[in-house]
Design a protein. Structure first.
Length: 188
């Protein structure tokens, strides 16, 4: 794969879309159920679990979010008050559209500090370097939460784990692990 991040991002997005086109609805549901089993086990030690509402070819963590809520965890999703500033995590379901087409909780929902965050990604490497959409929204929001001890788990299809290293910039926030339907892998 190309080493330049923009080219790598585009190649990884194209590969993810191509993979998802090969998966019928029934198989996708089965894979997302397997993912939920792995994510649910991570929720046992968390009080506030943050996730995301999937876009396009992203795998969905929503089944695990529902299970976390069912066992008493607070669930939260990213929400932008101002697209130029880092998003915050708000408790509640993603019911209204926000910037960039992302579904988010209503603006009056309470701000929470998650201790477990399921992070969407385009690709990830074996060091926990995440390749996102390239705007830095997650890196800006996660830098402080990682310092306070939040566990950051990338979520994706198994094929999104790259065998090569992703170039890491100083502002990139490494993740603690990667969860896919195949299981959970922790880094360093």
């Amino acid at each position: 794969m190309p080493q330049h991040k923009d080219m790598l991002r585009q190649a990884a997005l194209d590969a993810r879309k191509a993979f998802v086109r090969t998966v019928d609805d029934a198989h996708r549901t089965l894979l997302e159920q397997k993912l939920a089993q792995h994510l649910t086990s991570l929720c046992a030690h968390a009080s506030v679990v943050a996730g995301y509402h999937p876009l396009g070819s992203e795998i969905s963590p929503l089944l695990a979010m529902e299970e976390a809520r069912a066992v008493g965890r607070i669930v939260a999703f990213p929400a932008f008050a101002d697209p130029a500033k880092p998003f915050r995590f708000l408790a509640g379901d993603p019911l209204e559209p926000g910037p960039f087409g992302i579904m988010q909780p209503k603006r009056r929902a309470p701000v929470v500090e998650p201790d477990l965050i399921f992070v969407p990604l385009v690709a990830i490497d074996g060091r926990g370097t995440r390749l996102g959409r390239g705007k830095g929204h997650y890196d800006r929001a996660l830098v402080r939460l990682r310092k306070t001890g939040a566990k950051l788990i990338g979520v994706g299809w198994a094929m999104q784990m790259l065998p090569t290293e992703i170039p890491r910039d100083p502002w990139d926030v490494p993740l603690h692990g990667f969860a896919s339907p195949d299981g959970v892998e922790y880094f360093g």
